[in-house]
Ligand binder design. Structure first.
Ligand code: NAD
Length: 481
């Protein structure tokens, strides 16, 4: 087992892990065996305060360093994380249950986030305005201060690196709280970032439950902004508290994304894509294509082929390169996904496959991928985020109906369209209310483009210069000529 399982993760403040000591401990489990792997020491309000103070002390020097010098540090982080790519991938797979075949490429992507956002920050340019040649007005951008960053459990390195990179590239410092379920890989990444030359105090990590450590952090009076990735219910709660101090928030929240399969689609490609969009990362991804809307003329053939492929998915040890689905991340989450089998039946849905533990996998939180057919888009399995390997099929008779169904959701993160017809693709792009529309491709993330949700899927946008709107203050100066 990787050594981190033998240690008790503590907070990382001002460039070092705190010594293990007394305090409330949370068990952390190995999802493959179901056994307790280690215990996480929870940070209380005093520890959170120490972390915020360290970030505040580091803010002056880090923001004054200048974008070029910061860029050198971030490039060194990129190289360091790549050099430890195999170690980080194994740690991520083992602790979160994500299959290593999917995780390994994401580590390079996580590393690249630091280099790419350093480039963006150093290329930032302001605007100038000349009024009747009597005044010159120009704009500059300044780092905003200390950020509270809150991360979910489903893809700690991919999501954590994105938030960290966008925050510190523009000269801010932060306190990050990873999920209490999967903190280990984030702690190792932050340790490596310091070995690469990140000054102490720029990134601090506190561990613990949302109701304790998370709330102490997001309500701390010396926090200048909150970057949150997680569930919509938690997002609402954080935003309500942030309103008390008018602390700015950016939020990447939940999804219930529709995938429209048109009758003219390349069906092989659509099958590959719809399977990947719902079952990649064990189905635990915000951008999962969980509602698959298939034209009635091809529905029977398409659903039968989808079920056959779902049955063939290789489930196993997340560190085995042949594994396509590992265990779900923790026990309560598997119970949550299984609960939706009952909800589905109550609502008159048909379960076509899955939901039980695969043969020979009695330990750990493994589950056969689920395929269901819903009676209508109003069914709870079509409206509530399950966040697991749970594909739900609906059929439609014309494109207007499909688009209406795609939009009949409180969420609006992404949408998928499978078609050979440009007019169909363009109609979906124009009329579906979601932040990203993927046509004939699943989950292509372009870092320079904005990413974020409509409706209850989020507030604000990630992606290159779009992050600058949140992580910097714009300042205007006017001078008579
Ligand atoms: P969650 O909302 O339960 O928890 C997210 C984080 O918030 C955790 O670190 C948790 O400890 C913390 N938290 C909980 N209550 C808090 C509080 N009151 N104050 C401060 N922090 C608090 O979400 P989760 O179960 O960890 O993650 C799954 C959710 O995240 C899904 O809804 C998924 O769609 C969403 N997600 C969205 C994106 C995106 O980019 N839109 C990406 C990944 C995950």
């Amino acid at each position: 087992m990787p050594p981190i399982f033998a240690t008790e993760p503590t907070s990382f403040i001002d460039g070092a892990f705190l010594p293990a000591g007394d305090g409330f401990e949370l068990p952390v489990f190995d999802p493959t065996s179901g056994q307790q792997a280690s215990a996480l020491r929870e940070a209380d309000a005093a520890e959170v305060d120490a972390a915020v103070k360290a970030a505040r002390a580091a803010f002056g020097p880090w923001s004054a360093l200048g974008s070029e010098a910061r860029s050198n540090v971030l490039q060194a982080i990129d190289a360091k994380l790549r050099a430890h790519g195999d170690e980080l991938a194994e740690l991520e797979a083992r602790t979160s249950g994500l299959p290593i075949s999917g995780v390994r490429p994401l580590i390079d992507r996580a590393a690249e986030n630091f280099k790419r956002f350093a480039e963006v920050a150093s290329m930032m340019a302001g605007e100038t305005f000349q009024q009747n040649e009597k005044y010159l007005t120009y704009t500059t951008r300044e780092a905003k201060g200390v950020a509270a960053l809150i991360a979910p459990w489903n893809a700690p390195l991919a999501l954590g690196s994105m938030r960290l990179a966008t925050c510190i590239a523009f000269g801010n410092t932060c306190v990050l709280k990873p999920s209490e379920y999967t903190p280990q890989s984030t702690l190792r990444m932050v340790e490596l970032m310091h070995e690469a030359g990140l000054p102490k105090g720029v990134v601090n990590v506190v561990n613990g439950r949302g109701s304790v450590t998370g709330e102490a952090l997001t309500t701390h009076p010396d926090i200048d902004m909150i970057g949150f990735t997680g569930g919509t219910t938690t997002g609402r709660r954080i935003m309500a508290a942030a309103g008390e101090r008018l602390t700015p928030v950016t939020m990447e929240l939940g999804g219930k994304s529709a995938a429209i399969v048109a009758p003219d689609a390349d069906l092989e490609r659509a099958l590959d894509g719809t399977l990947l969009a719902i079952y990649a990362s064990n189905g635990q991804q915000c951008l999962g294509g969980s509602r698959i809307l298939v034209h009635e003329s091809i529905a029977e053939e398409f659903i039968a082929a989808f079920v056959a492929r779902a049955k063939a998915i290789r489930i196993g040890d997340p560190c085995d390169p042949a594994t396509e689905m590992g265990p779900l991340a923790f026990e309560a989450h598997r119970a949550h996904v299984q609960h939706y089998l009952e909800v589905a039946r109550e609502d008159g849905a048909e379960i076509l496959h899955g939901g039980t533990a695969p043969e020979g996998r009695t330990q750990g939180w493994f589950m056969e991928p689920i395929v269901a057919r819903a009676p209508s888009n109003a069914a709870r399995i079509c409206q509530e985020e399950i966040f697991g390997p749970f594909a739900t099929f609906l059929t439609y008779s014309d494109l207007d109906e499909a688009i209406a169904m795609a939009n009949a959701s409180d969420f609006g993160l992404v949408s998928y369209v499978w078609t050979r017809d440009l007019a169909t693709a363009m109609a979906c792009s124009a009329r579906i209310r979601a932040g990203t529309i993927w046509v004939n491709t699943p989950m292509m993330r372009e870092l320079r483009a904005p990413f974020g949700g409509y409706k209850e899927s989020g507030i604000g946008r990630d992606g290159a210069r779009h992050c600058a709107d949140f992580f910097t203050e714009a300042k205007t100066t006017s001078i008579p000529l």
